[in-house]
Ligand binder design. Structure first.
Ligand SMILES: Nc1nc2c(ncn2[C@@H]2O[C@H](COP(=O)(O)OP(=O)(O)OP(=O)(O)O)[C@@H](O)[C@H]2O)c(=O)[nH]1
Ligand SMILES: [Mg+2]
Length: 479
């Protein structure tokens, strides 16, 4: 069976950052070389990019798992690891990106519009970059951060000016094929069209697109036939064209009741009330069809519709129809603000990464925040020095202070991260409360003269650590 592919689940995994390298420079007769471990490379992003030559999401239906490559680890001799390669996934114009709960993340309209679906992880700093006056030869490096993984749903809403709606076999695809250069599949059985066809029509100076969507039947809005699967496609159109079959062989159908049923389905779907409508009576090349068209025309006009009698097969009435549609489209465009949507890059909302929170929960203290959580992921817990560095960073950010304020005591359980992905510590405060007030042994503060050199060294260290954090926080995508 053919699957109607305008909605696919897509699982993206951005590349992870490469680990930083901890290495010490070695040279003959120079036993005490400095740290020379390079930084890990950045993981590749997964991006969705609108490309006009792509018309369906079918590729993603067949291959729903997409992964960008990881950054390479840093190496000795100050060699940085190579960045992972970004994975670019081409999607059709009008693709809507949602999370797995159905929340819309982005609406991709216009050739070149880009959405960062998964952000690659940062590479870890090598021990060369971590060296400071205080840590002359760090025996550790930072780990690369895992790439972002996300489950997405992509949905295609055809971006067309005109939508043809109607019963199966009314001749919608036939009409597109004669109005434009499109060559859709046409056959005399219902539901020939399973994915919308798109045609480009030129009427004088107006160029517009026409989409035909799979045939509608009673109950479509509740999911009968292809149901909602296709109604999505007409949401953006500025004109709806009812294609009515004047020559159907089904005895219980006629153009007026067909129209009522389709209108009822559109109403049940909702959101299309304000769209102008036009009626096309098709198949008037058949004598009975022409008679029926003559009969129903006054009724339709009395309801306020502009009515066009056409034959897709005999190419009758097509010029009038395309010029009339072109006129309505031009009017609708003039009434709308210009859509400037090309080459926009949509990023996931920037998180406020400066803050953190400490909350006392039952039997534990939980720390949440972009930085503390990332720092934990960057830490090699098998390495005491790395753990010490983490403790320093947390203290500098003020996490320890907040823990003290929240009532934490040495030995209490401290949890960093969300419930399902956290690291648990028995807390050992690195700075005993008040310790910084004490002078060196044997000194009395009351006789203190400031020790400028020591202070300068301390300031320089703090500056250097800030610079490292900034370097590490460097986001190549930020402008
Ligand atoms: N005689 C005649 N036959 C037509 C005309 N237009 C379409 N047909 C025939 O009607 C049948 C259905 O045409 P399609 O264009 O596939 O109809 P559709 O509305 O796209 O149908 P679905 O895709 O199933 O919803 C085909 O056998 C066409 O040849 C017409 O103007 N005159
Ligand atoms: Mg069709």
């Amino acid at each position: 069976m053919t699957t109607f592919v305008d909605r696919v689940e897509l699982h993206v995994a951005a590349g992870s950052g490469g680990h930083g390298c901890a290495s010490v420079h070695r040279e003959k007769f120079k036993p005490l070389g400095g740290p020379d471990g390079g930084n890990g490379g950045r993981g590749g992003d997964v991006t969705l990019v609108v490309d006009q030559s792509v018309t369906t999401l079918i590729d993603y239906h067949h291959h729903p798992h997409r992964k960008a490559t990881n950054g390479k680890p840093g190496e000795g001799g100050n060699r940085s690891g190579k960045d992972g390669t970004d994975l670019v996934l081409l999607v059709p114009d009008g693709t809507v990106v949602m999370d797995s709960r159905g929340n819309v993340l982005a609406d991709l309209v216009g050739h070149g519009t880009t959405f960062i679906a998964g952000q690659g992880g940062r590479g870890g700093l090598g021990n060369a970059a971590l060296a400071s006056a205080r840590r002359k030869a760090p025996g550790f490096a930072l780990l690369g951060v895992p790439g972002q993984s996300r489950d997405l749903v992509l949905e295609l809403k055809t971006v067309a000016d005109v939508a043809l709606v109607g019963y199966p076999s009314a001749g919608k695809s036939s009409l597109i094929s004669v109005l434009s250069a499109a060559k859709p599949k046409i056959a005399d059985y219902p539901f020939t069209t399973l994915v919308p066809n798109l045609g480009v029509v030129t009427a004088g100076s107006t160029v517009f697109t026409v989409a035909d969507v799979p045939g509608l039947i009673p109950g479509a809005s509740e999911g009968r036939g292809l149901g909602l699967e296709f109604l999505r496609h007409v949401e953006r159109c500025s004109v709806l064209v009812h294609v009515l079959d004047t020559a159907t062989l089904e005895s219980d159908r006629d153009p007026l009741s067909d129209l009522d049923i389709i209108e009822a389905e559109l109403r049940a779907y909702g959101g299309l009330e304000d769209r102008p409508r036009v009626v096309v009576l098709n198949k008037v090349d058949i004598p009975d069809g022409q008679d029926l068209a003559d009969m129903v025309r006054p009724d339709l006009e009395a309801r306020g519709y502009r009515v066009f009698e056409v034959s897709a097969v005999a190419h009758k009435g097509l010029n009038e129809l395309s010029y009339a549609l072109g006129g309505i489209v031009a009017e609708a465009r003039a009434a709308q603000p210009v859509q400037e949507a090309t080459r926009i890059v949509i990023r996931p909302k920037a998180v406020d990464d400066s803050g953190f929170t400490v909350t006392a929960e039952e039997g534990l203290y939980r720390v949440r925040g972009e930085k503390p959580e990332r720092w934990v992921r960057q830490t090699d817990f098998a390495n005491d020095e790395a753990v010490g560095y983490l403790a320093d960073r947390l203290a500098r950010l003020g996490v320890e202070e907040e823990l003290v304020k929240a009532g934490a005591r040495e030995g209490d359980e401290v949890v960093i991260g969300p419930e399902d992905d956290a690291v648990v510590f028995d807390w050992e405060p690195s700075v005993a409360a008040g310790a910084e007030m004490l002078g060196r042994r044997g000194e009395d503060h009351r006789f203190d003269t400031p020790r400028p050199a020591a202070q300068r060294r301390k300031d320089r260290d703090a500056e250097r650590d800030d610079a490292q954090e900034q370097f590490e926080g460097f986001d190549p995508f930020e402008s």
